[in-house]
Design a protein around this ligand. Structure first.
Ligand SMILES: CC(C)(COP(=O)(O)OP(=O)(O)OC[C@H]1O[C@@H](n2cnc3c(N)ncnc32)[C@H](O)[C@@H]1OP(=O)(O)O)[C@@H](O)C(=O)NCCC(=O)NCCS
Length: 191
């Protein structure tokens, strides 16, 4: 059973280089900067945030998902500069099966420095140990090598390849599905 206490008191974390805290409406400008960047959006298969209002709407929907215990959305803040550099979410929590689908983005100037791995190690540990998730799922565009790399590094296994199952922007796109079970994560033991 999902541990509901974290939906009353948002879980904030500190890692070596990051603060992981709740995303709020005040983060709209940073979210817009990320979600209007072509490098970020290439394989996201979701619409670019053209205006600040697009990002405010996106954040509001995330806050509503949190209030109805369907998702948790963290901002990644770099400790030394206090800059908002990205986000990570359990954006769809399937409570019956204690399973969550994850999503994540980083500002491109922070790619290749291990920031997302640092955030994900902490938040996945929280997801399994404290929130009581049993498994995680990630759904990627098969062209998204950076995303696949991080999933494989964290021990996710490829479980499926769906041909042309996702209609976006006038095209049917393929998807790769990855998952991580709590027991896989514990057995890896290298973290
Ligand atoms: C997916 C995404 C978050 C991955 O970012 P990333 O910076 O590559 O991921 P990591 O934090 O794991 O960093 C890994 C890289 O940092 C390097 N690195 C440098 N310093 C490091 C450190 N201190 N610790 C760990 N890794 C470090 C690693 O070697 C690795 O590089 P490599 O892949 O060339 O081996 C990023 O590409 C992104 O935002 N993409 C656009 C949005 C997107 O597609 N999201 C996913 C949708 S499914």
């Amino acid at each position: 059973m999902i541990n509901e206490e974290y939906f009353y008191d948002f879980p904030v974390f500190e890692t070596a280089r990051l603060i992981l805290r709740k995303i709020e409406l005040e983060d709209a400008a940073d979210i817009q900067a990320i979600r209007s960047d072509q490098k970020v959006m290439t394989y996201m298969d979701s619409y670019e945030h053209k205006t600040l209002e697009d990002s405010e709407k996106f954040i509001s929907e995330g806050l509503q998902r949190y209030d109805s215990q369907k998702g948790l959305f963290w901002g990644l803040v770099e400790k030394s500069s206090k800059e908002f550099i990205g986000d990570f979410s359990f954006w769809r929590i399937d409570r019956k099966n204690s399973r969550a689908e994850i999503g994540y983005t980083l500002k491109p100037q922070y790619w290749g420095k291990g920031y997302m791995k640092e955030a994900m190690l902490r938040l996945i540990t929280f997801g399994f140990d404290d929130l009581n998730l049993h498994s995680l799922e990630a759904n990627i565009n098969p062209g998204n090598e950076n995303s696949r790399n991080i999933l494989l590094k964290l021990g996710f296994k490829k479980e499926g390849y769906f041909r042309e199952n996702y209609f976006y922007n006038g095209k049917y796109l393929d998807s790769e599905i990855y998952s991580l079970l709590k027991k896989d994560f514990i057995e890896q033991g290298s973290f």
